[in-house]
Each structure stands twice: as C-alpha cells, then as structure tokens.
Design a protein around this ligand. Structure first.
Ligand code: FAD
Length: 303
C-alpha cells in the first residue's frame, strides 16, 4: 500500500512545543508515598493525579492550572481491597473495576458493589479510583454517598503525618473537602456489614453511566420481632454534598417496613431535601425523584 499525502503528513516529525489543551505543568511520578507527599508539600500549586478521569477534563478546560502533577501510578501499597473483622478497607488507587470484580464484596459489602456498578462507563471505570472520587467530591458521585451513608472514615497522610476524617466531615460542598492541598488520601474504611442486613441502592440518570440526577442508598437491620433499627438513608445528586436523611431514618426505626411505612418514608424523603435547580432538572423534579427512589429502594430492601 502506498502512503498518501495525508499519511505522509501524519508521519512528519512533530515540532515542539506541541500546543496542549491544559496549561503547562511539570510532571513527576514518584515511587513512594513519602516522595509524593514531599513533592506536594514543596509546591502549594502541585496536584496529585490518579486515574485522571476527573482531573484531565478540569485541566483541559483550564478550570485549574497546577504547576506540577504528581502522578500516583507508581506509588505502591494503595491498591488493596482488604476485608477483615473491622470491615472493608479500600486503598486510594483501587479502581471501580477492581470493586466490581472482587467477588468477596458481594457479601462483604453488597451496597458498595451495587452503587459502583452505576459509576460512569467501562473505560472510565477502568481508570477511575477511590481516592480520586473522594477528593473530587462531586455531589452526585456514588462512592462519596456510600462513604457518608455507611459512616465511612477516610485516612489521609500529609507532612504532619496521618489523620482520619469521618466521611460526614470530609465532604464540605460541591467539589470541596476537608483535605489540605499537601495531603493525600490513602484509604477509605467502611464498617463491618452484617450478613442479614436489608439494603438497596437506586439512582436515576438520563443514560446509564451519566452522573445521577438523584440517588438514594439505604440499609437497616431487623430486630427479632421484625422491626427495623439502625436505619441509614442517604441521598446523592439532590444536594450540595452527600448526606443522610435523619427524618426518614426516624420514620423507619422501630417499625415493620410495610407499605404504610414506605409511603411515610418516601414523603419524608421528599420533604427532607432542598435540591438545586440546574440545567438538568429543576428542584421540584429532584424532590419528587428522591421520594420515588426512596419508595423503590425500600420496597426492594423489604423484599
Ligand atoms: C464522562 C464521565 C462520566 C462520569 N460519571 C461518573 C459517575 O456516574 N459517577 C461517579 O462517581 N463518577 C463519574 N465520573 C468520574 C470518574 O468516576 C472519576 O474517575 C473519579 O471521580 C475520579 O477518579 P480518578 O482516579 O480518575 O481521579 P483524578 O481525575 O486523577 O483526580 C480527581 C481529583 O482527585 C485528586 N486526587 C486523586 N487521587 C488522590 C489521592 N489519593 N489523594 C488526594 N487527592 C487525590 C486529584 O488531584 C483531583 O483533584 C465520570 C467521569 C467522566 C469523564
């Protein structure tokens, strides 16, 4: 086959500097967590990068212009899913597909696995990570929601050492967290999951893989007499950060979860959220959606 003019053009040597969508940045790929922390501490404008599935679009649109990217891909010890007597520990570099593929999670944390199956598309699930999702803190993201609803804890490390932040305190608002610029997330811890627990996850997105317009995750345990206790109900996408719906939990605790309880909980859920109006849906629609998703999730959990 002869090379045409176009092919010859493609094969021509590239002249540098190549115009890039993002602003210029220095690129470093340290081998250890200590080196990564030191790089971040030395340059307040540096940013870590993991899967790049949220950060690269931000850089390409020039919504951020860090002076340096500290790539975590070579840093070891952050990609383990550990399941033990204290619950589930997800290393910061665990990817969505690792969670999906880990058969132990079907019993060790079925709510987590179900929620993650709704994250984005295959290619994104192949690269996106636990640490990246928590740090990015999109109000509609599934994992931050699971972390808050399940009383998760986020382990971080910085120049001053390690600290643990409860998920509820970690998420402050849209794309805003308690993480300091020179800190890295190392792990998400989720408490032990009893085998008999009732649970469900429901979300609505226009297309599978899009960020949800709203989502509801819930679980409760049953007393010997069949009444619910320790109900946890939380919402994503219909608020500025994932949070639990206390009034709905109050409706459920101490009750048999039948049609009357579900109806009351769905009403309480709609009343408990104060969603934003945006391009994708108005506040009334999202409020109604949260009620419907709560009803459907509770119906599934009760079955
Ligand atoms: C088209 C599209 C659809 C998507 N749909 C969904 C969806 O439905 N649900 C969903 O939850 N997500 C969705 N995402 C986001 C996706 O899941 C991202 O992969 C994820 O949110 C970020 O993970 P990452 O590893 O790619 O992080 P990166 O993009 O590498 O980083 C994101 C942010 O986290 C910081 N960061 C990364 N790792 C660490 C760490 N260990 N410690 C501290 N800071 C860190 C970075 O500095 C950056 O600020 C979507 C993305 C796209 C492009």
């Amino acid at each position: 086959m002869r090379l045409g003019a176009e092919s010859a053009h493609i094969a021509a040597p590239i002249s540098y500097p190549v115009p890039m969508k993002p602003a210029r940045f220095e690129y470093r790929a340290p081998n250890t967590l200590e080196e990564a922390v030191a790089l971040l501490a030395a340059d307040p404008e540096a940013k870590p990068i993991a899967g790049g599935q949220s950060l690269m679009p931000v850089l390409n649109f020039r919504l951020a212009a860090p002076t340096m990217l500290v790539d975590l891909w070579r840093v070891g010890g952050l990609d383990e899913i550990a399941i033990g007597a204290d619950g589930v520990r997800l290393g910061a570099k665990v990817r969505w597909r690792d969670i999906e593929a880990d058969h132990r999670l079907a019993t060790a944390h079925p709510l987590l696995q179900e929620a993650v199956s709704h994250v984005a598309h295959y290619q994104i699930r192949n690269r996106g990570t636990v640490g990246g999702s928590l740090a990015h803190a999109d109000p509609a993201a599934e994992l931050p929601g699971i972390a808050v609803i399940c009383d998760g804890e986020i382990r971080v490390v910085g120049p001053a050492g390690q600290r643990t932040i409860s998920a509820d305190e970690f998420f402050i608002g849209p794309l805003s967290t308690a993480l300091r610029p020179d800190e890295l997330i190392t792990e998400l811890r989720l408490p032990i999951w009893p085998a008999e627990r009732r649970w469900a996850f429901r979300e609505f997105a226009r297309r599978h893989g899009d960020f949800a317009l709203a989502g509801v995750a819930l679980f409760y345990d049953l007393d010997p007499d069949g009444r619910a206790h320790d109900a946890h109900v939380g919402v994503i996408g219909a608020c500025s950060r994932p949070h639990r719906l206390g009034p709905v939990e109050a409706v459920l605790n101490g009750r048999v979860i039948d049609g009357t309880a579900i109806e009351a909980a769905a009403k309480a859920a709609s009343a408990a959220v104060d969603p934003p109006n945006d391009l994708h849906a108005d506040a009334d629609y999202r409020r109604a959606l949260v009620g419907t998703l709560t009803e459907r999730a509770l119906t599934t959990a009760a079955q």
